[in-house]
Design a protein around this ligand. Structure first.
Ligand SMILES: [Zn+2]
Length: 327
């Protein structure tokens, strides 16, 4: 259990240091000055994305705290430090550069800040880090934030291979037909860059088939494959790595016992174990492994999930070899 671990699915905004986020939210007047820390903590842990005590969503609140170079740098550095402290030797941290441009940063500057924070952390702690830039589902159409999504690709491309290792599609899965997003990922694919797609998390299982048509390198979640045998079959045939985030899923729809991860492993799917959001899930990768162990998942299975993660990681072969030695 105490072996070195790999985290492939972790959001920067959803994994901030909660104490830092609280102070910053008061300073930026996003929450009232007299809000107690415990209330802030509970508010972010609440099941609903848009809490009645907030005028914005929980995700927007945390993104609003990260609107300049120093804060993005610091938040990334601090997250890498905390990950290293719990034995993570390789982490892919994702964020959406377009969410951090409200106070004048360009998407490119936002990415630079996160990469610089990750680089400094790699100098200071025994951890390798890759950054994933997320495109966003927003509004009721894939064209709603078309300019920002293409901007995210363009800005990301200029750093690709220099800590930035791939792209993702995040946000609310059900806003419009999933396949409407394929032009963005066709472009990413044409440019030879890696990507993963959030799908089959809260949306219908058939999104998995739509996602597979875009030929992603991985799928984020994919747990709704259990809605139909044909979805499981398609994932199995594609041998596509799945970034499963058990506690995070439990926050939305199920409990540990009913989570499909054990069935997914049994079906021979390429499962990797991840956290998603340390704040919202009140979890970390160490806890994810512990929960699975308590559910009766054997150590050797957990270890094979870890090697799935190594195979599925977006880092270069040289880094992979270094990580493999540590595993
Ligand atoms: Zn996620």
């Amino acid at each position: 259990m105490n072996y070195a671990k790999i985290e492939l699915h972790l959001h920067l905004d959803g994994s901030l240091n909660i104490g830092w986020a609280y102070k910053k939210a008061i300073r930026k007047k996003i929450i009232k000055e007299d809000t107690a820390f415990e209330d802030f903590y509970d508010l972010l842990f609440a099941k609903n994305v848009k809490h009645s005590a907030l005028s914005i969503t929980k995700f927007d609140l945390l993104c609003d705290l990260l609107q300049n170079y120093d804060d993005l740098f610091e938040a990334t550095y601090d997250l890498c430090k905390r990950l290293s402290e719990i034995g993570i030797i390789y982490a892919e941290i994702r964020f959406a550069s377009q969410q951090h441009c409200k106070e004048g940063l360009s998407q490119r500057e936002a990415i630079k800040a996160v990469i610089d924070g990750a680089k400094k952390a790699m100098d200071d702690f025994p951890i390798y880090v890759g950054i994933i830039n997320c495109l966003m589902h927003k509004g009721d159409s894939s064209l709603f934030n078309e300019k920002d999504n293409y901007g995210a690709i363009e800005a990301g491309e200029s750093f690709y291979g220099d800590v930035l290792v791939g792209f993702d599609l995040a946000g609310y899965e059900n806003n419009c037909p999933y396949s409407d997003y394929s032009p963005y990922f066709k472009l990413i694919k044409e440019k030879g860059m890696a990507f993963t797609l959030h799908c089959g998390e809260m949306g219908i299982g058939s999104h998995i088939l739509d996602a597979l048509k875009m030929k992603p390198d991985r799928i984020g979640h994919g747990i709704n494959c259990i809605q139909d045998e044909s979805y499981i079959k398609a994932l199995k045939e594609a041998q596509i790595p799945l970034e499963v985030c058990v506690t995070s899923n439990i926050k939305t729809t199920m409990n540990y016992g009913s989570h499909p991860i054990r069935r997914m492993i049994k079906e021979g799917l390429k499962v990797t174990i991840n956290t998603d959001n340390m704040i919202f899930a009140r979890s970390d990768l160490h806890n994810e492994f512990q929960q699975l162990k308590m559910l009766g998942v054997e150590d050797k299975t957990l270890r094979s999930c870890m090697f799935n993660a190594l195979d599925a990681s977006f880092c270069d072969e040289e880094t992979k070899d270094k990580i493999r030695k540590q595993l």
